[in-house]
Design a protein around this ligand. Structure first.
Ligand code: NAP
Length: 256
């Protein structure tokens, strides 16, 4: 299947590592131009080496609206178009009801959610021209809960709502907006999280035995494949959808 992504310019927040890194690499394989918005320069360089002329890293940690504005403007200045946006940067920071505070909750929601809006807002004029696509990377925790992580789940749930809201608002521009929902993907972030348990190997085994399809973790490349398909014209009649890429972990019978 030719996805026709050749020379398409795609912004990816958190595009240097983990899921975002796999999306950037997958886009390079398709001949597209990933714009990696991520402070991790060492990891970004390894990706850029695969396509030095047809990729760009903007090494910033998105926070204020001006960060997103700057990233969008830099991408447009260099490549003259923007065809897609993958909102992906985020981290489960365990700010709960009992173990949190109003200030920490606000900060967690802000860190995980606001730049999704900022990037979409500033990229919109260019996406209107290209009839581009947006993919929001959310999380299974938005629909199942996890416990002890109110800020993160509030942000992840809001990303799913915004996917529907933006899909409706942007119908008139033929801009499609979808969400991909990972559950258990072995990334640097996940590796750090699993190490917080007393027996990380046992914890990992307990989790994977409950993943129905193959009793294994989802790979970052499997999340990237769905994301890249949704960015492409082959997904031309898909919008406002929440796509679970999780080996059946969220919905299938746990006794399987
Ligand atoms: P990861 O391994 O930590 O990679 C994320 C990358 O994004 C890192 O390079 C990180 O840099 C960067 N980043 C974080 N905040 C940023 C910001 N504000 N601006 C720019 N870059 C930023 O994480 P991942 O596991 O691939 O997760 C990617 C997305 O998938 C997140 O939204 C996460 O919630 C979601 N997700 C992941 C899983 C999973 O099992 N891994 C499950 C459900 C949902 P630093 O390392 O320097 O912070």
């Amino acid at each position: 299947m030719n996805l026709n992504l050749q020379d398409k310019v795609i912004l990816i927040s958190g595009g240097a590592k983990g899921i975002g890194g796999a999306i950037s690499l997958g886009l390079i394989e398709e001949g597209a131009i990933p714009i990696i918005i991520d402070p991790s320069e060492e990891e970004g360089v390894k990706i850029l080496e695969k396509a030095p002329l047809k990729s760009l890293q903007i090494p910033i940690r998105l926070s204020d609206p001006s960060d997103s504005q700057k990233a969008v403007e830099l991408a447009f200045e260099k490549f003259g178009r923007i065809d897609g946006l993958v909102n992906n940067a985020g981290a489960n920071d365990s700010i709960g009801l009992e173990n949190g505070s109003p200030g920490a909750f606000a900060e967690s929601v802000s860190k995980n959610l606001f730049h999704y809006y900022h990037l979409a807002h500033y990229a919109l004029p260019y996406l209107k021209k290209s009839k581009g696509a947006i993919v929001n990377i959310s999380s299974k925790t938005a629909v199942t809960g996890q416990g002890g992580t109110s800020g993160y789940t509030a942000a992840k749930g809001a990303q799913l709502s915004l996917t529907r809201e933006w899909a409706v608002e942007l119908l008139k521009y033929q801009i499609r907006v979808n969400a991909v929902i990972p559950a258990e993907v072995y990334t640097p972030l996940y590796q750090n999280w699993i190490q917080t348990f007393e027996n990380p190997e046992q914890k990992l085994a307990d989790i994977t035995k409950n993943i129905p399809l193959g009793n294994r973790m989802t790979t970052p490349e499997e999340i990237a494949a769905m994301t890249i398909f949704l960015l492409s014209e082959k997904a031309s009649h898909i919008t406002g959808q929440h796509l679970f890429v999780d080996g059946g972990y969220t919905h299938l019978d746990r006794s399987l």
